[in-house]
Design a protein around this ligand. Sequence first.
Ligand SMILES: NC(=O)c1ccc[n+]([C@@H]2O[C@H](COP(=O)([O-])OP(=O)(O)OC[C@H]3O[C@@H](n4cnc5c(N)ncnc54)[C@H](O)[C@@H]3O)[C@@H](O)[C@H]2O)c1
Ligand SMILES: [Zn+2]
Length: 346
Amino acid sequence: MISIPVSASTDYNVLIERGLIARVGEETAKLTKPARAVIVSGPNTYPLYGETVTASLEGAGFEVLHFIHQGGEPAKSLETYGKLLNFLCDSHVSRSDILVALGGGVTGDLAGFAAATYLRGISFVQIPTTLLAAVDSSVGGKTAINLNSGKNQAGCFYQPIAVFCDPDTLKTLPDADYRCGCAEIVKYGVLAGGELFDTVSSGGIKANEEAVIASCVRIKSRIVNEDEFDRGMRMLLNLGHSIGHAVEKCSGYAVHHGDAVAIGMAMIARAAADKGFCSESCRDIIIETLKKYDLPTETSFTADELFEASKADKKISGGKMHLIVPEKIGSCRIKSIDIDALRDWL
Ligand SMILES: NC(=O)c1ccc[n+]([C@@H]2O[C@H](COP(=O)([O-])OP(=O)(O)OC[C@H]3O[C@@H](n4cnc5c(N)ncnc54)[C@H](O)[C@@H]3O)[C@@H](O)[C@H]2O)c1
Ligand SMILES: [Zn+2]
């Protein structure tokens, strides 16, 4: 088993092992006294893995309850969040009980925010079942729901007590969702360079799945250890995200997060090359790598539409926003720009 420590306001481990999903009860019982465990999951994931996780938790002495949300980005809404909190209240879930986020980034973000805020915070574990959640959203404690004005507008930093990643769960993941995880992995590759980028740029994510997940989690862990609250280097993880979030919003969330991030990365790479921040070959290899995983690199939304959508970005303060700009593979910089200057980058 691979165990990667994360040291933040709570210290915990990310455990990665094939078959781990059948042992999450045992592993959870090492961290918290068996109590009640509320599995939060979606309509696709729960039928696939709900029974195994329930059996494992019950076998370790937990009493298991379930909350199944409607699935997809709309589940990260005030309405679903409210339903989940009311479910916890109605079920008399107490502070010694735990939430178990079983699913992708949507489930993790929703369950994490509920865990953070219900009774001022109860423990939760993450069981990521998408590639994106395995490499990114399950680690680092960012939890959120969306508001009408944009993505992740209500949320907080709240760390899980453990992350249990079973790469075997990715076997049932539809290609389109696997591809979305690849976008975040390309992001890590561009940020870190080296062996990870070599593997990623040669199309080797699937063939080296476990090692690639572990590399990404190690990078994320290092960054979160340094900057849990996103005031400095953690912002680098937003490569492709400022424009990506605008694409998601313009599409009414029909464009999935990973696809939108891929478009955002390609657009920022093109703009960076045009402005002389990176070479044309750096731009080209980023775009070619995205295309290797069938990721989109262009959008039909206009610069004006993206600009309007970007204005709600919560990372804007005092009219300034931080753009993550590639300089070369293995090196990106945080560039602070006036929001009005964003037009030139779109
Ligand atoms: N908190 C963070 O740090 C962070 C980081 C990156 C992304 N995010 C958020 O994550 C979300 C995207 O996450 P996602 O791409 O995992 O989307 P998702 O949670 O919607 O999952 C994608 C789809 O895959 C299905 N699914 C999940 N696991 C499956 C499995 N093993 N087999 C078959 N189907 C399965 C889901 O039901 C869903 O339909 C976005 O809301 C984004 O904002 C958060
Ligand atoms: Zn992301």
